[in-house]
Design a protein around this ligand. Structure first.
Ligand SMILES: *[C@@H]1O[C@H](CO)[C@@H](O)[C@H](O)[C@H]1NC(C)=O
Ligand SMILES: *[C@@H]1O[C@H](CO)[C@@H](O)[C@H](O)[C@H]1NC(C)=O
Ligand SMILES: *[C@@H]1O[C@H](CO)[C@@H](O)[C@H](O)[C@H]1NC(C)=O
Ligand SMILES: *[C@@H]1O[C@H](CO)[C@@H](O)[C@H](O)[C@H]1NC(C)=O
Length: 408
């Protein structure tokens, strides 16, 4: 998740990493793979014809589509305001849906192909890898073909499934199309972060016969099944994406408008009612106090969006397919936030840390274990010590595990 959280936060690591090469091995009965990215893990293109702009130097109108996310050139000081104004959503309390700013069109290029989820940014500041290393390993070691046996399903990660019926139906069609084009081989759905929650939602809404026919397994990497404390920070005071966004309060204007951020708030099925998640300037907040929390941070729409999304996967109904659940542990992860009395939400909090993968708390990552014994298909569970939320996508142990699953 937390692309808007950790994709950019981890850029440097990814930029410095070299790709490894290995001999290719042909495999006749390949199980095709569909990659479902997390929060921040899809490219966005925008086209503008705006009635007004934030600053004189922000663009009103573009003839063509341009790269909006991830585009490091748009995250610098001053122009960050323009970016945020194009990226943020407006919530309509009557229809309970969100929409872009007036005159802003946004699309996600490359649906069905792997490229747009392999790389996020290709501006002159350097290309940022996402699923690239896993895809390279499938292609080089197992004989997979990009766009044919390994495909991608990018989407508008700002939103939660309640607003994404078209995407979910396109994803279902992509599964059927991939099955048909590959010798009727059942498909492996591989998610990262929030992508796993989308996969779960899709599977929860298909008949068992459909799953038996089309799905070989679900490989879940770093799934935030019970939410993550880090989202409370995005809501309250914004996140500066590591080093790239200069002003977290500017980023907050966009981050808090995403229904997906509300969807990923910690769940009361994972956190107890006496665990304080936010020590605020004037009150403490637990999972039971979101109404007051959103009132106090002066963003009541956030609570409405929570109500719209809270039930989508809350019961963690078993997916009804073979599961391989993989995640990192032993990385220091925000467990609670502390705003001292003198600090308002306009100041960044002290972060109290606990176990997890750096973004998602360990109890949430372990949510997939709740399916053990709840479905007839196997649930395999594999944790990787020290694998950070995003870096796990280029972790040798994880790539080897995936290769073993896919070639067995
Ligand atoms: C896959 O599709 C992308 C466009 O989405 C294209 O740029 C790329 O060359 C394709 N790769 C292969 C191997 O066909
Ligand atoms: C996906 O890749 C195929 C093959 O490379 C190409 O023909 C097609 O146009 C691509 N689709 C998109 C949406 O980029
Ligand atoms: C919040 O919790 C801390 C300790 O967890 C406590 O010292 C403090 O008094 C609480 N603040 C309020 C306003 O309840
Ligand atoms: C994880 O970290 C804790 C300390 O935070 C340590 O006691 C434990 O041994 C570590 N676990 C592994 C598997 O390294």
């Amino acid at each position: 998740m937390k692309g808007v959280l950790s994709v950019a936060g981890c850029l440097i690591i990814c930029l410095l990493r070299q790709c490894e090469t290995a001999p290719s091995v042909a495999n006749k009965n390949i199980s095709p793979v569909i990659l479902v990215p997390g929060d921040g893990g899809s490219q966005f293109e925008a086209r503008l014809d705006k009635p007004s702009v934030q600053h004189i130097f922000c663009t009103y109108k573009t003839e063509n589509w341009y790269s909006l996310w991830l585009n490091l050139e748009l995250l610098g000081p001053y122009i960050l305001d323009c970016f945020v104004d194009n990226m943020k959503l407006t919530y309509d309390p009557v229809t309970r849906t969100t929409k872009n700013q007036p005159g802003v069109e946004i699309r996600q290029p490359g649906f069905g192909n792997s490229s747009s989820v392999e790389w996020l940014d290709s501006s002159q500041l350097g290309a940022t890898s996402y699923f690239y290393h896993i895809v390279e390993s499938l292609v080089k070691d197992l004989g997979y073909k990009r766009n044919v046996t390994v495909r991608g399903a990018p989407y508008d990660f700002r939103k939660a499934p309640n607003e994404m019926a078209d995407y979910l139906s396109a994803l279902k069609n992509l599964v059927e199309d991939t099955y048909a084009k590959n010798n009727e081989q059942p498909v492996v759905l591989m998610g990262h972060s929030m992508g796993n929650l989308y996969i779960l939602y899709l599977l929860n809404h298909q008949p068992q016969a459909w799953k038996d026919k089309y799905i070989r397994s679900f490989i879940s990497i770093a799934g935030p099944y019970g939410g993550a404390v880090k989202t409370l920070r995005l809501m309250a005071s914004g996140d500066n994406l590591g080093v790239f966004v200069v002003n977290p309060l500017t980023a907050r204007q966009q981050q808090r408008t995403m229904p997906s951020t509300s969807w990923l708030l910690p769940y009361d099925s994972f956190w107890a009612e006496d665990e304080v998640l936010v020590h605020g300037p004037s009150a403490n907040y637990t999972v039971r106090d979101y109404k007051k929390f959103f009132d106090d941070i002066k963003y009541p729409d956030g609570y409405s969006m929570r109500q719209d999304t809270e039930e989508l996967i809350k019961n963690l109904e078993a997916p009804g397919v073979e599961v391989h659940c993989i995640h990192g542990v032993n990385v220091s992860t925000p467990a609670a936030l502390s705003y001292s009395k003198s600090k308002s939400y306009e100041k960044q909090p002290d972060v109290i840390t606990g176990d997890g993968d750096g973004t998602v708390n360990v109890r949430s990552l372990q949510g997939c274990q709740r399916w053990i014994g709840k479905q007839k298909e196997d649930v395999f569970y594999h944790q990787v010590v020290g694998a950070e939320h995003l870096a796990i996508l280029n972790n040798a142990e994880v790539k080897a595990y995936i290769a073993k699953v896919l070639s067995s």
